[in-house]
Design a protein around this ligand. Structure first.
Ligand SMILES: [Zn+2]
Length: 197
């Protein structure tokens, strides 16, 4: 799990989902009852892709202005819908995600850079923002197929919409983040108890 300094948390979405696809959904959050979308421009999406570990800063190609944000938001909402349906036990329509997957052109490439240094790389076509985001579409498809949806949940706080994959041993994770919603809940419970006394 990536950790952030408190300063970063004020301006950037939390990376607390313990899953890179769910962290993508969490770039939209609730603050004081309003939906906050952290993806307002190409720079926001690019910064997140690097922070979340999808790409190195040096790997970011230049697309037409607005293309990365438009594709990022579109893909995020396609994935959100399918995940919500999967979680609810509803059969979703995978056509939109399949359209992204169809554009994901890649091939394996054998690289031999030392007598014992042989590896298999994957070379991706990255001419469009959709193709650039293909690894996220592929990871989302894999999560939909193989994820344990009893452990894929949203934060229990009523004013929080963040997702997480509960990889704790006890499988009793309740909050997106103890610092954020766990404490908010504790404070609210404390106030309730105080009022009842
Ligand atoms: Zn929360």
């Amino acid at each position: 799990m990536t950790t952030d300094s408190p300063d970063t948390l004020l301006n950037e979405p939390l990376l607390v989902a313990d899953d890179p696809v769910l962290d993508m959904l969490n770039t939209q959050a609730m603050a004081d009852g309003d939906v906050v979308d952290y993806w307002q421009n190409d720079g926001d999406v690019a910064r997140w892709l690097v922070r979340a570990g999808w790409f190195d800063a040096t790997q970011m190609p230049a697309f037409a202005e607005g293309a990365l944000m438009a594709s990022g938001v579109e893909l995020r909402e396609i994935i959100r819908k399918l995940l919500e349906q999967r979680k609810a036990g509803v059969q979703g329509d995978p056509a939109e995600l399949n359209a992204y997957l169809r554009k994901a052109l890649s091939h394996p490439q054998l690289v031999w850079d030392a007598p014992t240094g042989l590896r298999l790389d994957r070379v991706r076509k990255q001419q469009t923002a959709e193709q650039f985001l293909a690894p996220l579409a592929e990871a989302a498809a894999a999560l939909l197929v193989s994820g344990d949806f009893s452990l894929i949940r949203t934060c229990e706080h009523t004013e929080c919409v963040l997702w997480f994959y509960d990889r704790t041993k006890s499988h009793k994770r309740r909050w997106c983040s103890m610092a954020q919603c766990g404490n908010r809940h504790k404070v609210a419970e404390f106030r309730k108890r105080k009022l009842q006394v």
